[in-house]
Every structure is written in C-alpha cells, then in structure tokens.
Design a protein around this ligand. Sequence first.
Ligand SMILES: Cc1cc2nc3c(=O)[nH]c(=O)nc-3n(C[C@H](O)[C@H](O)[C@H](O)COP(=O)(O)O)c2cc1C
Length: 177
Amino acid sequence: MTTKYTIISGTNRKGANSYLLGSIYRNLLAAKNIEADLIDLEKLPPDFLFTALYDNANKDEVFNSYQSLINNSDKFIFIIPEYNGSFPGVLKAFIDGLDYPSSFKHKKAALVGHSAGTQGSALALSHLTDIFNYLGMHVYAMKPRLLHIEKHLNKEGELSQNYLDLLREQVDGFVRF
Ligand SMILES: Cc1cc2nc3c(=O)[nH]c(=O)nc-3n(C[C@H](O)[C@H](O)[C@H](O)COP(=O)(O)O)c2cc1C
C-alpha cells in the first residue's frame, strides 16, 4: 500500500512563512514522486474551538474533513514557527480536537522549526516531540531549525540554498524512516 504523506503548516497566521515552507517541502517530495496534501491551519473554521472540540466532537463538517485527511495519512511533516518560545496555540487546539488516540498512534512525523530569532523553534520542536511521543507517534530525529528565517526566505517562497539542503537531507531520511 502507498504511504500517504500530509504536511501541516502549523499556524493560522495569514501569509505565513509556514505555508510557504510547506509548499517548498511539497515540491521536494514531488521531486521524489511523492504526493502530499498540505493542510493550512488558516483554513480552519474561525470558530472551530467552539464548534469542533469536546462535546462538539465530529459535529463540524469542515473540521471533520481534516480529521479524515489525518486518519488516512501515515506520515506527517509539521512546519513549526516559534511563537513565544514554543509552537502556536492554534496547533495545540487542532491536535486537541482530533480523535485520541487513533489520529497519530503508530504513525510517523518529521518536524521543521523556523523563527525570526536564534532558536529556530528548538524548544517548540522539543515540546511537540514530547506530545507526539505521548500520542504514540514516532518522530524523525533530524529536526531542521531554520533560524533567522527572514534572511533566508522571501515572499515569493524562495529559500536559501543552505536551508534547502537541510530540508532535502530530512526528506531523504524521512522517506526511509
Ligand atoms: C505570535 C508570535 C510570536 C512569536 N514569537 C517568537 C519567539 O518567541 N521567538 C522568535 O524567534 N520569533 C518569534 N516570532 C517570529 C516567528 O517565529 C517568525 O517570524 C516565523 O517565521 C513566523 O512564522 P509564520 O509566518 O508561519 O507565522 C513570533 C511571531 C509571532 C506572530
């Protein structure tokens, strides 16, 4: 059976670097003849916190379509911006809205961090690794940290050669993981 890949842009911020990086990652996979869906958290229903979580689980059709995509995926790539020393709250709310434990159990994830500052989302990647391991998902050990991202990525979605090489190295390993 073919392995199904899904990339998740980890913020709902409009015009996000995460989405640009997710598109670049999708092209890197395509170069290996691997198709991937790209989930943009910006497209989540704006009120999903109140229509899709807890007692409202499975009641929001748009959120349900994301749940189906997650259910049908085997490998995930999470693009993670550093927000206040961690990952964006909307990503945690998204994860909290997904079925537990079936959504991620025994599946595999690759994480890519990026930030304006010098950390490249290091702590965020660490926090998320703990969460995914708790959920039973295996996290690929090489986690690129794209620090000072604004010096390496322009609004046309062109990434510096150094950072492209890092992503390619991760892709090469992750497809074999
Ligand atoms: C709410 C918020 C919090 C941020 N906090 C940090 C931070 O703690 N450290 C840092 O280096 N950059 C921080 N940044 C900058 C982002 O990490 C950086 O610009 C990133 O590429 C933005 O990703 P995005 O365009 O996908 O939202 C923050 C940006 C936002 C919007």
